[in-house]
Design a protein around this ligand. Structure first.
Ligand code: OOB
Length: 538
């Protein structure tokens, strides 16, 4: 049987332990330690709910006991698709505590993606929240739970309705004795993250207790997050940026407070900044203009805010320069990836570096190379693909040995697919991409995945999806479609057909253009370069 995941080579792992990057603690350890050391301190705020470190640790114990009683066993996978609510944080750490692996699905995913994640992970349970109207994930989750052979349980935060699922509150109320502390190795996976992806089906990223914990703690240090920090989670909590850069895990690891925002609007967020004394928060570039505008007219006091992190896609230099003056705080650019590597501009970097680069690697043990098409290093100032390996960058995807051969070099470097320029100082500037992906407002869309769905739409004979520059989204997705028969389906027909197939709304092409044929390269592959040019011309 092929291995589910690839650990770091033994000598490399030893080096990371000896240099103090990795330790033996599991990811939930800071909650236990926090409860013992500063149990009264505020850990988590969700609306009117306020949990101290002692409260949070107790809730995690109770839900861990409830899950173990179902049973959910150590090593099993559980898919979480939850909004920014306290239940997300509690369930995440409860699963970690019993040694089960949370699979972190973003709320924006559609049933098709969730089903594919369940299949790849072999999840034994799904956890979703009651929602409204089209955004209610319960009916699809109930269907997936009934059809997927691996799934034994559906757990619903809120009212399970007619799903046949179990109410999350019942886990909390189970009142069973907390399970014995899991003694598993910290060098085993703690959870599975979703890759932005370039393939037809989403790929999973195994992150270990040791590597993820280090990622979170080191990030906290680089971002000035300590016991007095109040971190506002505006982006989806299940995204890696919100998890460990330094996010929820980094803030809780250093004794700070996490505040969950139910939505990313500046009006909601500014109210929370004032009420809770928020010191740091994180956005994707697409949200920044609305925040800057609202900052000019808000009556809320934003004086507590020290750092605004921006990352997930490229922030333009002009907008970057407006952040500090408009919000009265420091900008920090973050260029990260769920596979590992985090680059940050540092809080004491000169303004020019902060506003024109995407920062430099977090760890002294991060190895980065910028290479040409033949894999040869290029000098500073010359664009090339960024390769990386280090103490918190995976060596392979989950159950995907064939893909690994493409996405990793033989000596273990992850091929990021990002084109960067390294400055003389060692800062990175993201200038493009070699991977077949659209980065739509920070949400990653694998072109192949959408193309495969488009081929399932009646009337479509061939399709190619590319990104085009967009003033609001950064990039919008454009589908070039060759009709089968007389009429080519338009954007509305395509939208309806893709949603009916369970595709997430953000993956529906923003534009659909009919073409007689797709341009081909010399070897007969679809040539996306001319398509990108045409898409950009509008
Ligand atoms: C973050 O993680 P993912 O896994 O959703 O996406 C990673 C990819 C990168 O390979 C790059 O293509 C793009 O997103 N990206 C950026 C960027 N930050 C990420 N491109 C340009 N400028 C940036 N600042 O997006 C992520 C994970 C942790 C922290 C922050 C972002």
């Amino acid at each position: 049987m092929p291995q589910d995941w690839l650990p770091w080579p033994a000598d490399t792992a030893r080096e990371y332990r000896e240099r103090g990057f990795w330790d033996d603690r599991r990811l939930d350890a800071p909650l236990r330690e926090g409860a013992a050391r500063h149990g009264d301190r505020l850990a988590l705020v969700d609306g009117a709910d306020r949990l101290s470190y002692a409260d949070l640790d107790t809730c995690v114990d109770r839900v861990a006991a409830g899950l173990a009683a179902l049973p959910v066993r150590a090593g099993e996978r559980v898919l979480l698709q939850l909004p920014n609510r306290a239940e997300y944080v509690v369930t995440l750490f409860a699963l970690v505590r019993i040694g089960a692996l949370p699979v972190l699905a973003l709320p924006s995913l559609g049933p098709a993606e969730v089903e594919s994640l369940v299949r790849t992970s072999g999840a034994c349970a799904l956890v979703v929240a009651q929602g409204r109207g089209r955004a209610d994930p319960r009916p699809a989750a109930a269907r997936i739970a009934a059809e997927a052979p691996s799934v034994r349980r559906l757990i619903v935060v809120g009212d399970p309705g007619d799903t046949g699922g179990l109410a999350w509150d019942a886990l909390l109320e189970a009142g069973a004795a907390p399970p014995a502390a899991d003694a598993g190795s910290a060098e085993e996976p703690a959870l599975l993250l979703l890759s932005g992806g370039t393939t037809g089906t989403p790929k999973l990223i195994p992150r270990t207790h040791a590597d993820y914990g280090y990622n979170a703690r080191a990030s906290a240090a680089a971002c000035g997050v300590g016991a007095d920090a109040v971190y506002l989670a505006v982006l989806p909590a299940a995204h890696n940026f919100t998890m460990v850069s330094p996010g929820i895990v980094g803030t809780l690891a250093t004794g700070g407070t996490v505040v969950l925002s139910p939505d990313p609007s500046p009006t909601t967020a500014f109210g929370l900044v004032e009420r809770e004394g928020v010191t740091i928060t994180a956005l994707v570039p697409a949200l920044v203009p609305a925040w800057l505008e609202e900052a000019g007219r808000t009556a809320h006091d934003l004086g507590s805010l020290r750092v605004l992190q921006v990352g997930g896609s490229r922030l333009d230099d002009a907008t970057a320069r407006r952040v500090g003056p408009a919000l009265g705080c420091r900008l920090q650019q973050v260029f990260g990836m769920a596979e590992g590597l985090n680059n940050y501009t540092r809080l004491d970097d000169p303004d020019d570096v902060v506003c024109t680069t995407q920062g430099r690697p977090l760890s002294p043990a991060d190895e980065v190379a910028v290479v040409d098409e033949d894999g040869r290093p290029v000098p500073p100032g010359t664009p090339g693909e960024l390769l990386t390996r280090g103490p918190y960058t995976i060596r392979g995807y989950y159950r995907a040995r064939e893909l690994d051969a493409l996405r990793f070099t033989p000596d273990g470097f992850y091929r990021t697919g990002d084109l960067v320029v390294r400055t003389e100082r060692g800062d990175l500037v993201v200038v493009g991409r070699v991977k077949d992906q659209v980065n739509r407002a920070g949400e990653k869309i694998a072109a192949v995945e959408v193309e495969e769905h488009l081929l399932g739409v009646p009337g479509v004979a061939a399709a190619a999806v590319v990104g085009a520059p967009d003033p609001v989204l950064g990039e919008r997705s454009v589908a070039f479609v060759v009709a089968r028969g007389a009429a080519c389906p338009g954007r509305e027909e395509v939208r309806a057909a893709l949603l009916a197939r369970g595709v997430a709304p953000f993956k529906v092409p923003d534009e659909v253009r009919a073409v007689p044929a797709l341009p081909l390269t010399g070897v007969g592959k679809v040539d996306k370069r001319p398509l990108r040019e045409r898409a950009a011309e509008g």
